[in-house]
Design a protein around this ligand. Structure first.
Ligand code: ZN
Length: 288
């Protein structure tokens, strides 16, 4: 590099014309066991983050069974994306995961990751709400959105269900949060499972978006939480119920809320611009 170029860069940099390159956000996707198609969905989760040019992404894949030797160094990352629904981890790996989030690590709970670890108390606090795995009233309330208010419903019953896959409208009920700010209030999601009747401790939980789970599709007849954030220690958690498989992820609404949610979980801010094209309540907008 010539001396002239260096000097010119320094001058431009001081003037604010050339900004020093920001270090990228380090993200780790965790997979390896899931009753879902993790081998196909992890590359999509990775690609969506890389498209933003904000992240470098590694993947930690657990053994197919058990967790022998599975010890990702969570603390090397700003954010962990959970695409895992499987066997319990060792107490050592659980402890390092809890430490990571408690000390300010970001966490993203993607679709069936909220089915995982039904008996792990700290994990259930991190996800806020979860489903299946024997979850019921002992695990916490249902969270409902009724008449414009979030309601904790303690009634008895199963935790976790969904009707048949269908397109549904996601409504941002919190439009001031960095993840949703500037996005339209309602958008139609690609045909997907609409998780309903999730239950959990729901501590420090904010519902950003809901979707109406119609009984005619086998749903609950309630507005179900679709996008959430949870505070756990100093850590920030973003939870999306959407994205059953690659086809269901092919939706600009899913992609954009995921990309923004991961950045927020990692840094507490969203620097991504609001996209020019975003689905309307009437029409799904595929990514490709
Ligand atoms: Zn699913």
């Amino acid at each position: 590099m010539s001396r002239f170029f260096l000097v010119a860069c320094c001058v431009l940099s001081m003037c604010g014309i050339v900004r020093p390159v920001e270090p990228k956000i380090k993200a780790l996707i965790v997979d390896g066991q899931n009753n879902h198609n993790w081998k196909a969905t992890t590359p999509v989760l990775k690609d969506l983050l890389e498209q933003t040019k904000l992240f470098t992404v590694d993947v930690a894949t657990s053994p197919e069974k058990g967790s022998a030797g599975f010890k990702p160094k969570f603390s090397d990352y700003a954010v962990v994306v959970m695409n895992y629904n499987g066997d319990d981890w060792s107490t050592e790996t659980q402890a390092s995961f809890v430490d990571f989030v408690k000390n300010g690590g970001g966490l993203v709970i993607y679709h069936a990751a909220d089915n995982s670890f039904p008996k792990w108390t700290e994990y259930n606090e991190m996800i806020g709400l979860g489903g299946w795995g024997g979850r019921n009233e002992k695990d916490g309330p249902y969270i409902r959105y009724r008449d414009g208010k979030i309601v904790r419903d303690e009634s008895k019953g199963r935790g976790g269900s969904h009707g048949k896959q269908h397109e549904y409208v996601v409504e941002h009920i919190d439009r001031e949060h960095p993840i949703t700010k500037g996005l339209s209030a309602k958008w139609r999601h690609a045909s997907d499972e609409l998780y309903d009747r999730l239950r959990g401790p729901a501590k420090n939980l904010t519902v950003l978006a809901t979707a109406f789970s119609d009984k005619s599709t086998g749903g609950s007849g309630e507005n179900e939480p679709a996008l959430m954030t949870i505070d756990y220690g100093k850590g920030r958690i973003f939870h999306t119920i959407m994205g059953h498989d690659v086809k269901q992820m092919n939706c600009v609404g899913f992609a954009v809320t995921y990309q923004r949610g991961v950045e927020w979980a990692a840094t507490g801010k969203v620097t991504q611009k609001v996209p020019e094209k975003f689905p309307t309540p009437d029409k799904v907008l595929p990514v490709k």
